[in-house]
Design a protein around this ligand. Structure first.
Ligand code: GLN
Length: 282
């Protein structure tokens, strides 16, 4: 029997069939880049390029894991967010492109040049690091209740050379006292009964980063209710939420006494984040 061909083209074709799913060709290309160090344009321009037998074995092992459902980001150990390469692992959520809408909303606010900023439940550090990369004058603090996520976000800040302090805290519970000009969060917001939890990449992400009680609002409720104690006068709260939670989240913001409350959409035109401003006790 002849050996299977070890050209990039042949490997990618076989992998694309094996992976199936939503974006099999892209997934296969990303895994082949990872193993060979070649770029995607590299093997498009030169599909007949041979890889070594050991590269092919490593690639096929990754393809097998992808075909079993493991997220590409976990296999590569990295995911890009806001053009920043972030280390990822199974301790926390894989950053989603739609969360960049939250970063854009935060950057669009009128805030002091040395604003004090807090990212609650930072995970990989994605939001905090994106903000710090855009606003070098901001003092960004990030927290997470999962120790492995605190470590991951700290590693990401160090690799990127961005001055984000990361501390362990379950929402506001263990934070040093103080007030912030901006509080951002992408908390868990999926209802425990949501059928999406059994499908696709989320099966490999921790429940702590995804699920928030029967209606998906438990953590958002906790954060919004406490936020007036942590916001400076005229400070802003910006929270990501589910596509069908806009009205409920706006109600929570209004009940907490926030003003200028508004819901914005994500890249897919779904309600995805709500912001509001704390006017002070007056
Ligand atoms: N948007 C993510 C999803 O639907 C959930 C993120 C979150 O719970 N914070 O998979």
């Amino acid at each position: 029997m002849s050996e299977p061909s070890l050209t990039c083209d042949a490997l990618l074709r076989r992998a694309t069939v094996a992976i199936a799913g939503e974006s099999p060709r892209l997934d296969a290309e990303l895994l082949l880049c990872f193993v060979t160090g070649l770029s995607r344009t590299g093997f498009r321009a030169w599909p007949e390029r041979q890889v070594t037998a050991s590269e092919a074995r490593r690639f096929e092992a990754l393809v097998h894991q992808r075909a079993c459902g493991h997220p590409v980001a976990h296999l590569l150990g990295e995911q890009e967010f806001w053009s920043l390469p972030l280390k990822v692992n199974a301790s926390t959520l894989i950053p989603r492109p739609d969360t960049e809408c939250l970063v854009e909303a935060a950057l669009g606010l009128s805030l002091p040049p040395s604003a004090r900023v807090l990212d609650l439940g930072t995970g990989t550090g994605a939001i905090a690091l994106a903000l710090a990369s855009e606003r070098p004058g901001w003092q960004v603090l990030a927290c997470d209740a999962v120790a492995a996520a605190v470590e991951l976000a700290t590693v990401n800040a160090g690799r990127l050379g961005l001055p984000v302090a990361v501390v362990w805290s379950h929402w506001f519970e263990s934070l040093p006292p103080g007030r912030f000009d901006l509080i951002v969060s992408n908390p868990p917001y999926i209802a425990s009964s949501d059928h999406h939890l059994g499908e696709g990449d989320v099966r490999f992400e921790p429940a702590t980063a995804l699920i928030a009680g029967d209606d998906g609002l438990d953590d958002i409720r906790t954060i919004v209710t406490a936020s007036p104690e942590w916001l400076s006068d005229n400070g802003w709260l910006v929270i990501e939420h589910g596509y069908d939670q806009g009205e409920a989240v706006r109600d929570l913001f209004l009940q907490a006494g926030l003003a200028a409350v508004e819901t914005r959409k994500d890249y897919g035109q779904c309600d995805r984040l709500t912001l509001g401003q704390w006017p002070g006790r007056g």
